[in-house]
Design a protein around this ligand. Structure first.
Ligand code: ADP
Length: 850
């Protein structure tokens, strides 16, 4: 079948053919047709989100001719071996003509090559704006299906027929669709973007070619970085040959009325993904200069070889002017030395630059951390801090010191060699490019065959890792119940190995071939064979072979270094971005003149006044909560899991700042207090105990480093941990983590001792949920009741029977305060508390029976 140049290229690059058979045809609207195909061979590799097929559609006018059209794969069903394609039927192109008259049972050929991929960003953007026309809906639908529920999504679509609005779209809770009538004006979509702050949004644009260009221009005006735009023209107005889909004719010549509603203008925030370039901005000028100097260095390092070749050429051709020869030799030496010296100076300068910059960056990170809200330090972000400070800072060293120089050298040297060789003998220089072309094609085929399996490979690795951890965690149980040696883990590992083998084995041949064509020995063979031929044919003189043998042999290897250089560069830029992200995290607002709490003898009173809080804008987790904690009383927070108890408690410890309302201590807003004053007043004991790699003494005296030994021991006694400490090898000097380990309950009591010593007037407690043994639980409870005495306490209660004595109980549901009172009051009334109490009672009885 005739597919022209495009078809031949695709074939060369490894695009295999698949035969699709039409199973059913259904019109979703008058102009939108869904066709289900049987395509069992397509499932040889996983489908990407928004990935597409290249259909080879017959030309109705010219039998035997085929046109390539891209169509997004919808609803692939591996078990049934079927896929669905959806056709926007507005046009008269070959694909639409074919789809308009197709019957079940007919067949069509397709290739899977160079598909689009969509992946949710990390960090997740503040929103997604998806732009296109009806032809883009299948792709938009698959993007919508994978977007997280809590991001806002603006969908901007051009409609050519009134019933286009009936085309089914994947539902998304945060989605708003704006339809713009198609008038044939390519600026319609761009204009409909309106005026607003799009900072940190991601844009996916798939529309007509001119419209796509306009939208992209508009997005750039909004400040979208290139990395946050996916723009792909799906078709071209007035041309039968689009890359995807067919040309459409405008059908609704009505005035433009709709646009994404404008927002009240506010200052632009800028994009987080720019964080890396912002971080590196001060270095940009110097890095460019360094690149220029490196180009000179590369040329200087190459020059002596050129001079030596010239020298040999003269010697061989009998030009024996000794002075001239000596002059050339000297020149080569001078060039060599100056190249070496300049290279040395350059690398030294870069190291100095890097040392200063690295120091600045680390200082900035260290200065940043205390200003971040405590709630930011979740496990995930702590990992990020570690990565930013340790690994990424090291990556930055490569970026600043070596990356630019490596890439420039990798590009300049082979290009200069190639230029020189072309000047010597163009024909042989061209032959030298053949192995490179073979390498290019082989690599492209390999990438096409293997890249789709990469996400699966990553998933397999992660799965094997987590199952290994689960296996180790559950080892005692596995042993006790004799579940066999590793049971599930072993099966997973075996499947993983089979996957890797199935993935890599077919590539082995090609990998060897790519390796072969880039070897110096291959180049040598090519040069020798072609060169000898050319010499015999009288095209070139034997002397001219010399520069090829000297410089052409390692040419391919040098060129490959570009790939490695760029890879490391990309990694280093990603590292810079991660560091930049940490540095641009929003900080806790700090007052210039912090407020001071009045000195009081007794407890302090805490007020939550109309407090609301959302981790993400528009998704409140705590709404309008009013609670007063009277001095010296215990208030328990109860409610179903996810009600917002932990979040509300964390707000009092200023892990986050309230989104609306205020929390006050004796009338002073938390946000007005200095960090020191705040944490001297508010203490917290959470389930997750952090025990430092330090002595018991230092661990207890964490909040009061100046405490005397007597004070520390008194706190330990009160927390019922003193005797256990005495039994440690070095008593209070025992280094925890290394010399000794404490049990979970003992760690809790250590934490309680820490809080008793710190002596905060206000205490936030997260009641522990599970204990290994009743004795340990009893000890912790006793220690806790000593800690609580006389303080204003907010306790997150997970088990109701522990809060019956609380002075007040606040019942939360869905982030709202639904009930408030004492235990006897609350059980007496119908409501959530009584329901929870009854349910808990049933559980208690069951436990008692068991
Ligand atoms: P509770 O302690 O009552 O079980 P939480 O305060 O832990 O409730 O959670 C309330 C809601 O807030 C839940 O929907 C939870 O998924 C969400 N949430 C908790 N912590 C975070 C966080 N760090 N980021 C985003 N959402 C969170």
């Amino acid at each position: 079948m005739a597919r022209g140049f495009q078809g031949a290229m695709l074939k060369a690059l490894g695009a295999g053919d698949h035969v699709l058979e039409v199973l059913s045809v259904e019109d979703l609207t008058r102009h939108y047709r869904r066709i289900v195909f049987s395509a069992p061979t397509l499932f040889d590799r996983p489908f990407e989100t928004a990935g597409y097929l290249r259909l080879w559609v017959p030309d109705a006018a010219k039998p035997g001719r085929h046109h390539q059209r891209g169509y997004t794969i919808v609803a692939p069903d591996e078990a049934a071996g079927t896929i669905t394609l959806e056709f926007a039927m507005h046009a008269s192109g070959p694909a639409v003509t074919w789809a308009a008259s197709v019957e079940p049972g007919e067949r069509i050929t397709a290739s899977r090559y160079g598909s689009t991929k969509f992946a949710v960003g990390d960090p997740v953007p503040d929103g997604y704006v998806l732009i296109g026309d009806t032809a883009a809906i299948p792709a938009l639908n698959s993007v919508l299906a994978v977007l997280p529920d809590d991001v806002p999504v603006e969908v901007l679509l051009e409609r050519s027929h009134d019933d286009d609005v009936d085309i089914p779209m994947t539902p998304h809770p945060g989605m708003r669709v704006t339809w713009v009538p198609q008038t044939g004006d390519p600026a319609a979509l761009a204009d409909a973007l309106g005026e607003r702050d799009w900072s940190n949004w991601y844009a996916w644009v798939t529309a007509e070619s001119a419209a796509t260009r306009r939208v992209r221009g508009r997005l750039k005006e909004f400040g979208f970085p290139r990395s946050e735009i996916h723009a792909q023209a799906y078709w071209m107005r007035g041309r039968a040959m689009g890359t995807k889909h067919d040309a459409e004719t405008p059908a609704v010549p009505s005035p433009r009325t709709e646009a994404i509603p404008a927002e009240t203008p506010k200052p632009r925030e800028g994009w987080r993904s720019r964080a890396g370039s912002t971080l590196l901005a001060p270095l940009k000028g110097r890095l460019i200069l360094a690149g220029a100097v490196q180009a000179v260095v590369s040329l200087l390092q190459l020059a002596p070889f050129v001079v030596l070749v010239e020298l040999c050429r003269r010697v061989l051709s009998g030009d024996a002017d000794e002075r001239a020869l000596r002059g050339l030799g000297l020149l080569a030496l001078v060039l060599f030395l100056s190249g070496t010296v300049l290279a040395l100076l350059l690398i030294t300068a870069m190291h100095v630059l890097d040392a200063r910059f690295g120091h600045e960056v680390r200082t900035a990170i260290v200065a940043k951390l205390p200003r971040l809200p405590l709630g930011w330090f979740t496990e995930r972000s702590s990992g990020r801090v570690k990565q930013a400070v340790a690994d990424d800072a090291a990556n930055l060293h490569y970026l600043v010191t070596h990356a630019v120089l490596d890439v420039v050298a990798a590009v300049v040297t082979p290009l200069a060699v190639l230029g020189y060789l072309f000047a010597v003998e163009p024909l042989l220089a061209t032959v030298l490019l053949i192995p490179l072309a073979v390498f290019g094609i082989l690599t492209a085929r390999m990438v096409s065959a293997s890249s789709a399996a990469i996400p699966a490979a990553v998933e397999w690795t992660a799965r094997a890792g987590s199952e290994a951890i689960a296996y180790l965690d559950g080892l005692p149980v596995v042993r006790a119940y004799d579940l066999g040696p590793g049971g599930r883990l072993r099966a997973t590992l075996e499947k993983h190995a089979a996957f890797l083998e199935g993935w890599q084995r077919p590539l082995l041949g090609r990998r060897t071939a790519t390796d072969l064509v880039t070897r110096p020995s291959t180049s040598l063979l090519v040069i020798a064979a072609a060169g000898t031929g050319l010499v015999i044919a009288g095209v070139m003189s034997p002397v001219d072979l010399l520069p090829f043998l000297l410089l052409g042999v390692t040419f391919s290897t040098q060129l490959l270094a570009i790939g490695y250089g760029l890879g490391s560069l990309r990694e280093a830029v990603a590292a810079a971005r991660r560091i930049g992200l940490v540095l641009t995290e929003p900080e806790l607002a700090a007052e210039d003149t912090p407020g001071v709490l009045p000195a009081v003898g007794g407890g302090r009173s805490v007020r939550f006044a109309s407090v609301s809080f959302a981790y993400k804008p528009g998704h409140p987790v705590v709404s309008d909560v009013d609670i007063e904690l009277r001095p010296g009383t215990v208030t328990a927070l109860v409610g179903p899991s996810g009600a917002g108890k932990s979040t509300l408690a964390a707000l009092l410890a200023r892990f986050h700042d309230v989104t609306a309302g205020a929390i006050t201590i004796d009338g002073t807003d938390l946000r007005a207090l200095s960090t020191e004053e705040l944490y001297a007043t508010v203490g917290f004991v959470f389930q997750q105990v952090s025990v430092l790699d330090a002595s018991v003494r230092d661990n207890i005296a964490l909040a009061r480093p100046g405490a005397t030994d007597a004070e520390i021991e008194a706190a330990a006694r009160a927390a019922l941990i003193h005797e256990r400490v005495e039994r440690l090898p070095d008593g209070y000097d025992t280094v925890l983590g290394r010399a000794a380990r404490l049990s979970g309950g003992e760690e809790q009591r250590l934490q309680i001792a820490r809080a008793i010593l710190a002596d905060p007037k206000v205490l936030v407690l997260d009641e522990a949920t599970a204990f290994a043994d009743p004795e340990s639980e009893f000890q912790v409870q006793r220690a806790l009741s000593r800690l609580i005495a006389g303080r204003t306490v907010l306790v997150i209660a997970h088990r109701l029977h522990t809060v019956t004595d609380a002075d007040a109980i606040a019942v939360l549901d869905g982030g709202r305060l639904v009930q408030y009172g004492t235990h006897p009051e609350l059980v007496a009334r119908p409501g959530l508390y009584r329901e929870l109490w009854t349910a808990a009672g049933a559980t208690r009885e069951q436990e008692a029976h068991a």
